[in-house]
Design a protein around this ligand. Structure first.
Ligand code: MN
Length: 133
């Protein structure tokens, strides 16, 4: 079980993502207003952040940059979810700090597999806490 912060402005999508993650035994913290995402992450101390890219106010790219600049959160894996996948998006999203991204509409299988991979590659496997490296 992991703690997963989910940032997504679309109400149906965020419900879908959280239902899916909860069904896999994870604890989720949904955030629909990206302006609240950094504070929510600091409080929730997630093992993984899933963020939409197309967000009003603070975009997914900007949010990833904020997370990467935060001493406590900089090593938390990030999975981006994006509705558009144009040439160059992959590099841009990874450069901002995402370890992986999936395209919307999501494949439930791929979404779940990507979450598992990121959690396995992260600190959960090592059993370490949230202290920075
Ligand atoms: Mn969106």
């Amino acid at each position: 079980m992991a703690r997963i912060l989910v940032v997504e402005d679309n109400a149906l999508n965020i419900k879908l993502f959280c239902d899916l993650l909860n069904a896999h035994g994870h604890e989720t913290e949904p955030v629909t207003d990206s302006r609240e995402a950094l504070d929510a992450a600091r409080k929730f101390k997630p093992d993984l952040v899933i963020t939409d890219i197309q967000l009003p106010y603070v975009t997914g790219i900007e949010l990833m940059e904020l997370l990467r600049a935060d001493e406590e959160l900089k090593d938390v894996p990030i999975m981006a979810v994006t509705a558009y996948s144009a040439a160059g998006d992959d590099e841009r999203i990874r450069a901002a700090g995402a370890q992986a991204y999936v395209s919307k509409p999501i494949s439930v299988m791929r979404f779940a597999e990507t979450v598992d991979q990121l959690l396995e590659g992260g600190r959960l496997v090592e059993g370490s806490n949230h202290s920075s490296q």
